[in-house]
Design a protein around this ligand. Structure first.
Ligand code: NDP
Length: 256
């Protein structure tokens, strides 16, 4: 928890509320030990929210409650939520960020590689959203945010499994938006472009240069670019936004 007192000796949460009009919320981010998820967790914590993050391996950032969770395992998802509820209270903002790639061309893609990606990225997000929804409905407040990808909208050669899983998140979010809108729960999608993390570190320099040439802003994004968009969707300024897909891609996917 971020409980660093400000100059007047109050907690960071109280200060955040004054400065930004943001009520401190209980936030759960999946895949918070590295990459984009880690920076999202840090961002919410820095603004005084009560933050938990899941990890399979590694550690979550300081000031964040770490809970072990594999999103492909329903029991593990249940356990993670139960722990967060016991320690921090009901989850009000959930960010389904955990994801993997298993790239390969269509003709060579195995069933295992297709299933593994859909299980982690799409079914995992479904399990997390389903578990999050009931307490949100009870509270008549909730923010469900899915981390998709520009690839889900544009397609990508060699990523049939990944693109399908990320496109699926859009239909999922929009269905949840329709189901739960009257209960004060919003469901939105953030679609990052190429963001510098472990996931993109494997790309060759030539490929990265090629992508950068197609990006109107001319550079790869940072995880903090994504974190800012996620916090916006969780905050009071996004109260009337649901079923939206917010690109954070330097313009790469414009029009999609
Ligand atoms: P990383 O590979 O750096 O991190 C992925 C995170 O997801 C890790 O914390 C990982 O945990 C976790 N994770 C993977 N599978 C599971 C699982 N079954 N259960 C629980 N946690 C799991 O990826 P990024 O930070 O780059 O990506 C984060 C999200 O953003 C992903 O959904 C990705 O598809 C999406 N995205 C990324 C883009 C990019 O350019 N980087 C672009 C567009 C979208 P562990 O460390 O234990 O493996």
């Amino acid at each position: 928890m971020n409980s660093t007192p400000d100059e007047e000796g109050r907690g960071a949460a109280a200060a955040a509320e004054d400065r930004f009009g943001e009520q401190p919320r209980t936030v759960l981010v999946t895949g918070g030990n590295r990459g984009i998820g880690r920076v999202i967790a840090e961002e919410f914590a820095a603004y005084g929210h009560r933050v938990a993050a899941t990890h399979r391996s590694g550690e979550v950032p300081d000031g964040v409650l770490g809970v072990q969770c594999d999103v492909t395992d329903p029991e593990s998802v249940e356990q993670a939520f139960a722990t967060v509820e016991a320690e921090l209270g009901p989850v009000e903002v959930v960010v389904a960020n955990a994801g993997i790639t298993r790239d390969g061309l269509l003709l060579r893609m195995s069933d295992e590689d297709f299933d593994a990606v859909v299980q982690a990225n799409l079914a995992g997000a479904f399990r997390v959203a389903r578990r999050a929804a009931r307490p949100m409905i009870r509270k008549r407040f909730g923010r469900i945010i899915f981390i998709s990808s520009v690839v889900g909208l544009l397609g990508s050669a060699g990523q049939v499994n990944y693109a399908a899983s990320k496109a699926g998140l859009v239909g999922m979010a929009r269905s949840i938006a329709r189901e739960l809108g009257s209960r004060g729960v919003t469901a939105n999608v953030v679609a990052p472009g190429f963001i510098e993390t472990d996931m993109t570190a494997e790309l060759s320099e030539d490929l990265v240069r090629g992508y950068a040439e197609q990006i109107p802003l001319g550079r790869m994004g940072a995880a903090s670019d994504v974190a800012g968009a996620v916090r916006f969707l969780a905050g009071p300024d996004a109260a009337y936004i649901t079923g939206a897909v917010l690109p954070v891609d330097g313009g790469l996917g414009m029009g999609h």
